[in-house]
Design a protein around this ligand. Structure first.
Ligand code: CP
Length: 341
């Protein structure tokens, strides 16, 4: 696996594009920011544009606060709400509802802002295109300033850095070798894979012993799995998979739960829905948590209570999801400081 220095290109698409040294430095910067000891540069007179093609609570607000904390200004752009609708397709005759092409939109915004953050989820219809990050790469191609991925088709690097820093804080830096279970959960809809992909890569790169508990048909992408296994092997650990959630929970130190859709959804939404309807028992319960090694419960949020996780778990002292959400802010301060500092 060839790694290049992060921010050599100055964009942040996914952490696997940066070296281990850069990744570890970013984790430490986020932890230092949490403890109020990050010596971050002032970003006075810097302006950050935040483009959200999809909804957000945490990412949107924490990016605004992070920019403000560093002395920069930010503005949030929601395409189609107060702006023109943007066209993504190349070579298309634009005689429909979409009045502005992403190429011009991002090109224009690049002339106003010093950096852009962009959230553009998976298409959900073209797996190869989503895996190749075609949409996000179109943004990068049009941008002339650094772009931060605020969740794309396959990766959510801001979440991953926050999760890594949360684990570092929770285990006081001794997370190496701890048992991390990425637990699939039922959800009424097929959700994107950006968070589970990023959580898997993050935990493996943090040197944790990773188990993915998921039903048949909900395998993560083979390329992401291979990269995670490489990270784990380089740290003397492994990544295993099981369809037995209860067995996976035994002696776990972290239960990180997340719903995601089957790759089947790309081919047949109906078939995927039928498959998931039989999987409602995939939920984090107090009984499951009792099997663990007093595991920390993590979730990126938003979460559906009593569908994904029971009240008894998320309201328990073992739930660190709010600390995890707080770390979104600290992680993004660290990211903005590195990219614009
Ligand atoms: N975890 C996360 O990205 O939350 P939002 O979708 O609310 O930004």
């Amino acid at each position: 696996m060839k790694e290049k220095a992060m921010l050599g290109a100055r964009h942040l698409l996914a952490w696997h594009e940066c070296s281990d040294t850069e990744w570890e430095r970013m984790v430490h910067d986020a932890v230092d920011e949490y403890h109020g000891r990050l010596r971050a540069p002032r970003l006075h007179r810097r302006h950050i544009g935040l483009v959200f093609f999809n909804p957000s609570l945490r990412t949107l607000t924490s990016m605004e606060v992070a920019a403000n904390r560093l002395g920069a200004s930010s503005s949030t752009i929601i395409p189609g709400r107060g702006t023109w609708d943007f066209e993504w397709r190349q070579g298309v005759v634009m005689d429909g509802d979409r009045a502005e092409h992403i190429h011009e939109a991002i090109g224009v915004l690049s002339r106003y802002y010093d950096a852009l953050g962009v959230r553009a989820f998976a298409s959900g219809t073209d797996y190869a295109s989503d895996r190749d990050e075609t949409r996000f790469k179109a943004i990068l191609a049009a941008a002339t300033v650094p772009v931060i991925n605020l969740e794309s088709a396959f990766y959510h690097p801001c979440q991953a850095l926050a999760d890594a820093a949360t684990l570092h804080e929770h285990f006081s830096g001794a997370q190496q070798g701890k048992r991390f279970v990425l637990a699939w959960a039922f959800h009424p809809k097929a959700l994107p894979m950006a968070v589970p992909n990023s959580a898997l890569l993050m935990a493996a790169r943090m040197g944790m012993q990773v188990t993915i508990a998921r039903p048949e048909g909900f395998e993560l992408d083979a390329g992401v799995m291979a990269r995670a296994r490489q990270y784990a092997a380089a740290r003397g650990q492994s990544v295993t998979e099981t369809t037995d959630l209860s067995a996976a929970a035994a002696d776990a130190d972290v239960i990180y739960t997340k719903a995601w859709g089957s790759a089947l959804a790309y081919e047949s939404r109906e078939q995927e829905t039928m498959l998931r309807q039989r999987l409602r028992q995939w939920r984090v319960t107090a009984v499951l948590m009792a099997r663990t090694n007093a595991a920390a419960f993590m979730h990126c949020l938003p979460v559906r209570r009593n569908v994904v996780v029971d009240d008894a778990v998320i309201d328990s002292p073992n739930a660190i999801h709010l600390l995890q959400a707080e770390f979104r802010l600290h992680a993004q301060v660290a990211i903005l400081a590195r990219i614009l500092g």
